[in-house]
Design a protein around this ligand. Structure first.
Ligand SMILES: Nc1ncnc2c1ncn2[C@@H]1O[C@H](COP(=O)(O)OP(=O)(O)O)[C@@H](O)[C@H]1O
Ligand SMILES: [Mg+2]
Length: 258
């Protein structure tokens, strides 16, 4: 299990360049993991993906996601996190070397890469065989996601997931919780670090939640998560919430001729 991340501050050459310009990363000293499931939460742009990607590259995953066998890397900007990768120390009590990185924005590229490998290699079982035998592009986003999940998560390893809810209906988010539970129960060296805005996913019991808001990474409780508080207020009293919200909003959607 990954027990601790430390930012070796004397290894940082340029504090004024990305990723150290991101406030939460700038202030990072160390993060200690007690639970095998941990969430990164926070407003858009607070550095969740930055840290998750740096962890993934440090661990040896492909920059655009997948296992350590998928080393796809299609854009120069993938390397902008390298100064952070170089300055991190990851402390494990048992490093399995296994796992999976799901990077939401380049999941499509990962899928293309897996498909291309299948076409090129003439021997060995096709990669798609372990995904149900057909190109992953031939499925809906949600189906692809759950297929990959089913095949890749049933083992020990470090699983880094960036906003998995993007692909999942509410019903499937519940299914995702069940799957997490199943994997964590069966595999005692399975560990998940997940960035999410989903009040459903974040509700997993006993998870550690790290907030990236207000310029530093700090632990908070579930009922302090903004994503949960806002949705709760919304659902508790939708009409008055909307009245208040829309009162001052310019009439963007009104018919111009009215
Ligand atoms: N390659 C990059 N170069 C410069 N700035 C970047 C780069 N990638 C992300 N950023 C900036 O770093 C900040 C944190 O981004 P990110 O980690 O993607 O946030 P989050 O995942 O929390 O929404 C944002 O302000 C974003 O614009
Ligand atoms: Mg992000």
């Amino acid at each position: 299990m990954l027990k601790r991340i430390t930012l070796l501050r004397d290894r940082v050459a340029d504090w004024n360049g990305y990723p150290f310009t991101v406030p939460a990363i700038h202030k990072l000293k160390d993060l200690n993991f007690r639970s095998r499931i941990c969430f990164f939460v926070g407003e858009n742009g607070t550095g969740k993906s930055t840290l998750l990607e740096a962890l993934a590259v440090h661990y040896g995953f492909g920059r655009e996601g997948g296992t350590r066998n998928f080393q796809n890397d299609t854009t120069e900007s993938n390397h902008s996190i390298d100064p952070l990768v170089k300055a991190l120390r990851l402390s494990f009590d048992n490093r399995t070397g296994m796992g999976f990185f799901l990077r939401a924005e380049s999941f499509f590229n990962t899928v293309s890469y897996m498909d291309a490998l299948d076409k090129e290699t003439g021997f060995g079982p096709p990669i798609s065989a372990s995904y149900g035998g057909q190109s992953l592009h031939n499925r809906s986003h949600g189906e692809t996601f759950l297929t990959v999940l089913d095949h890749k998560f049933q083992r020990n390893g470090l699983f880094l997931l960036d906003e998995p809810e993007a692909a999942l209906s509410a019903q499937r988010q519940l299914g995702f919780l069940v799957l997490l539970h199943d994997v964590l129960e069966k595999y005692k060296d399975a560990q998940f670090i997940i960035s999410s805005h989903s009040p459903v996913i974040l509700a997993y019991p006993e998870a550690q939640i790290f907030s990236f808001d207000n310029g530093s990474i700090h632990e908070i409780k579930y009922d302090e998560v903004a994503a949960f508080q806002i949705v709760r207020r919304f659902l508790n009293n939708r009409e008055s919430f909307l009245d208040e919200l829309l009162q001052e909003t310019p009439p963007l959607f009104k018919n111009k001729n009215e």
